[in-house]
Write a protein that binds this ligand. Structure first.
Ligand SMILES: NC(=O)c1ccc[n+]([C@@H]2O[C@H](COP(=O)([O-])OP(=O)(O)OC[C@H]3O[C@@H](n4cnc5c(N)ncnc54)[C@H](O)[C@@H]3O)[C@@H](O)[C@H]2O)c1
Length: 251
């Protein structure tokens, strides 16, 4: 996609691979200064260096999004370095193996709820505080088709991603009059490290493709396109929405 984001500042969590990395690249190529965050310092530092060498503006800031102090420091460093925060993409997420709901361990429940939902709220807490001061901003949270409908064997993931949609709708409305938009993207199957192991089994791969009316899985860039659009001024009248990018799966 093309849009001129010169002078704008974007923050992407979970930017070490998959959808987050594709999104960070798109912001950088559009001229925005981009902060890539994830826990693995080397991966984001290498990518930030690659982008900088290519003439773009990028900074790597490691953070575990479940740790409030690290999230606060991440937003603070973004503002210290680039002066503001225009776009925040709360993308970091995890998924546990499929098991029946009564067999989910407390540890796996807490892990998925904490990374996929509580950390999105924690991130928004600091992002919104900055955006309220500026009187502008756009946030995109990563939900999933599992945030819109049932995903058997994934009750905790299901609950966390439905939670993200609720949080997005609530805050989208709450901050609309302050010039801040909040939306969610709900992808279907995407080829990323998250799905690589699951999709390496031929039976499961067949199921993935058959569940997509479009007849294939998505590339991370196809999800990044919608995230980018929702952040951009082209989406200036869209807020509190959860948009499926799913090859027709939930239609
Ligand atoms: N791949 C899919 O099919 C798919 C479908 C629907 C929704 N999603 C969602 O899209 C988002 C991105 O997923 P992806 O497929 O690119 O997966 P991925 O595993 O490639 O990327 C997830 C990123 O989150 C980071 N992360 C995990 N826990 C973290 C933590 N505590 N602190 C900071 N970073 C952390 C990982 O290191 C990684 O960079 C996730 O929220 C996921 O649930 C993915």
């Amino acid at each position: 996609m093309t849009a001129n984001m010169q002078g704008k500042v974007a923050l992407v969590t979970g930017a070490s691979g998959g959808i987050g990395l594709a999104t960070a690249r798109q912001f950088a190529e559009a001229g925005a200064s981009v902060v890539l965050s994830a826990r693995r310092t080397e991966l984001i530092a290498e990518e930030a260096a690659r982008l900088t060498d290519a003439g773009y503006s990028a900074l790597a800031v490691p953070a575990d999004v479940t740790e409030e102090e690290q999230v606060a420091a991440l937003v603070a460093r973004t503002v210290e370095n680039f002066g503001r925060l225009d776009y925040a993409v709360n993308n970091a997420g995890v998924i546990a193996d499929r098991v029946a709901a009564h067999e989910i361990t407390n540890k796996d429940w807490d892990w998925q709820i904490s990374v996929n939902l509580t950390a999105v709220w924690l991130s928004m807490k600091y992002e919104l505080a900055q955006m309220v001061q500026q009187g502008s901003g756009s946030i995109v949270n990563l939900s999933s088709v599992a945030g819109l409908r049932a995903a058997p064997g994934l009750a905790a993931y299901n609950a966390s991603k439905h939670g993200v949609v609720g949080l997005t709708k609530g805050t989208g409305v709450e901050y609309a009059a302050q010039g801040i938009r909040v939306n969610a993207v709900c992808p279907g199957w995407v080829e990323t490290p998250m799905t690589a192991e699951f999709g390496s089994d031929p039976e499961r791969r067949k199921m993935m493709i058959e569940s997509e009316p479009i007849g294939r899985t998505a590339q991370p860039e196809e999800i990044a396109n919608t995230i980018f659009y929702l952040c951009s001024d082209a989406a200036s009248f869209i807020t509190g929405e959860a948009i499926a990018v799913d090859g027709g799966m939930t239609s």
